[in-house]
Design a protein around this ligand. Structure first.
Ligand code: HEC
Ligand SMILES: [Cu+2]
Length: 349
C-alpha cells in the first residue's frame, strides 16, 4: 500500500529540530501539565528511529567539528605571527597525492555511511508491514483544523485524535492516510513520528505505534495560512478499554435533549448547518469540524481555546477573538441566541 516517490517524510537536521522543539513548547497549549512536544522523548517506533539516527549523525558530525576545529585552533596558535618573524614567504608546497586522496576519500566514506543509515531508516519506516489489527485513520488538513475519519468505525471527529496504545505484547499500530482539503499542511507530533505533509491530490501515509498511554501534543508544521500557528494537534493514546468506550460513544448520534430545543432550532435555522455536521440532525456540512460529540473534546478551534461555556460563547460571537483569520464567520447573533446555542452545544457529549 505504501508507494514510493514524492514522499514527504523529512529528517530535518538536528539543530533545526532542537530549535523547533524548544520554540514549539511555550505556545498556548490550552491546558495544564502534559507531555511536551519533544523529539528527545520518543514514545513510538518511527520517533525512536529518528532519534537514534539523529544521535548517530550528531556523533559523526560532532567528531568532524571537533577534529577540524581543533586542528584549526592548533594551526592558528602554533603559526601565529611573532615579533621575530621576517617578512619572507613561507615554503610553498604543491601537490601531495596522499593528502589529496585522504581528504577526498574520507569525506566520501562519511557521506556514504550517513546516506546509507538514513536511507535504511526511511525505508524501514515507510515499508513497515501493516498488521491486520492496525487501526486506520484518514486525516484531512483544513485551514486551520484537523479532521479525523475512522472509515471502518464510521467515526468523524476533529482536532483530537484517539488511538489505542500499542504494547510490545499486543502491537496495535495506527496507520494514518493523509489528505488535504485546501493547501499543504504537515502532521507533526514529535514524540510519535517525523513530519509528513498533507498535500492536495497527493495522499501520503504514515504510522505510529505509541507505547505509553497519555496525551501527546503536536502541530501543523507547514505554513498554511494566517492561523497556521493555531493549528494544534492532540493525540490521546488510550488503553484498549478506554478506546473501545470512546468508539462506542462516538458512534452514537447527537444527543437530543428537549430542554435545549431552542438552541437546536437556532443551530438548524442559521447557516451553522452549511458548515457543520451533527449526526441525527439536518446539519450535514463538512466545511467545519463535526460537532456531534463536541463535548468529548477538551479544546475547540484546534487547540486555540479550552472547551468551556464562556469560550464557546466568545467563539460563536466572534471566532476572530481566538483565531483572527479563522474561516468561520461571526454570525451576528444576539447574546441571548448565543446563550441558547451554547446550551445546546454543551449537551453534545
Ligand atoms: C462558513 C462556514 C461556517 C459556518 C456558517 C459556521 N461555522 Fe463553525 N466553524 C467553521 C470552521 C471552518 C471552524 C474551524 C475553525 C478553526 O478551528 O480554525 C468552525 C468551528 C466551530 C466550532 C469549534 C469546533 C471545534 O471542535 O473546534 C464550533 C463550536 C462552531 N464552529 C459552531 C458554529 C455555530 C454554532 C455556527 C452557527 C451559528 C457555526 N459554527 C457556523 C465554519 C463555520
Ligand atoms: Cu496547517
Amino acid at each position: 500500500m505504501r508507494e514510493h516517490g514524492a514522499r514527504a517524510i523529512r529528517l530535518v537536521s538536528l539543530p533545526l529540530l532542537c530549535f523547533a522543539a524548544v520554540s514549539a513548547a511555550p505556545i498556548a497549549w490550552a491546558d495544564g501539565p502534559q507531555s511536551s512536544p519533544s523529539i528527545f522523548a520518543p514514545a513510538s517506533t518511527p520517533a525512536s528511529s529518528i532519534q537514534d539516527l539523529s544521535w548517530f549523525v550528531l556523533a559523526i558530525t560532532g567528531g568532524i567539528f571537533v577534529t577540524v576545529g581543533g586542528l584549526l585552533a592548533w594551526a592558528i596558535f602554533r603559526y601565529r605571527a611573532r615579533k621575530t618573524d621576517d617578512d619572507s614567504e613561507p615554503a610553498q608546497i604543491y601537490g601531495s597525492t596522499q593528502v589529496e586522496l585522504a581528504w577526498t576519500v574520507i569525506p566520501i566514506l562519511i557521506v556514504v555511511v550517513l546516506f546509507l543509515t538514513t536511507a535504511r531508516i526511511i525505508f524501514a519506516i515507510q515499508d513497515a508491514p501493516k498488521p491486520q489489527v492496525a487501526l486506520d485513520v484518514t486525516v484531512v488538513g483544513h485551514q486551520f483544523w484537523w479532521e479525523f475519519r475512522y472509515p471502518k468505525l464510521g467515526i468523524v471527529t476533529a482536532n483530537e485524535l484517539h488511538v489505542p496504545v500499542s504494547s510490545a505484547l499486543e502491537p496495535r499500530p495506527t496507520f494514518l492516510h493523509l489528505l488535504s482539503a485546501d493547501v499543504d499542511h504537515s502532521f507533526w507530533v514529535p514524540q510519535l513520528a517525523g513530519k509528513t505533509d498533507l498535500i492536495p491530490n497527493h495522499p501520503n501515509d504514515m504510522w505510529i505505534d505509541p507505547r505509553h498511554t497519555g496525551l501527546y501534543v503536536g502541530q501543523c508544521a507547514q505554513f498554511c495560512g494566517v492561523e497556521h500557528a493555531k493549528m494544534l494537534l492532540r493525540v490521546y493514546v488510550d488503553t484498549p478499554e478506554e478506546f473501545d468506550t470512546w468508539v462506542k460513544q462516538q458512534r452514537q448520534p447527537g444527543m437530543q435533549d428537549s430542554s435545549v430545543a431552542a438552541g437546536r432550532h437556532i443551530f438548524e435555522t442559521e447557516a451553522c448547518t452549511n458548515c457543520h455536521t451533527i449526526a441525527g440532525t439536518a446539519a450535514t456540512g463538512t466545511f467545519g469540524p463535526n460537532l456531534t460529540h463536541l463535548e468529548s473534546r477538551a479544546t475547540i478551534a484546534a487547540g486555540a481555546a479550552l472547551n468551556t461555556t464562556e469560550n464557546l460563547h466568545a467563539w460563536i460571537q466572534d471566532p476572530d477573538h481566538f483565531k483572527p483569520g479563522a474561516l468561520m464567520p461571526a454570525m451576528q447573533l444576539s447574546g441571548e441566541q448565543i446563550d441558547e446555542l451554547v446550551a445546546y452545544l454543551t449537551t453534545l457529549h
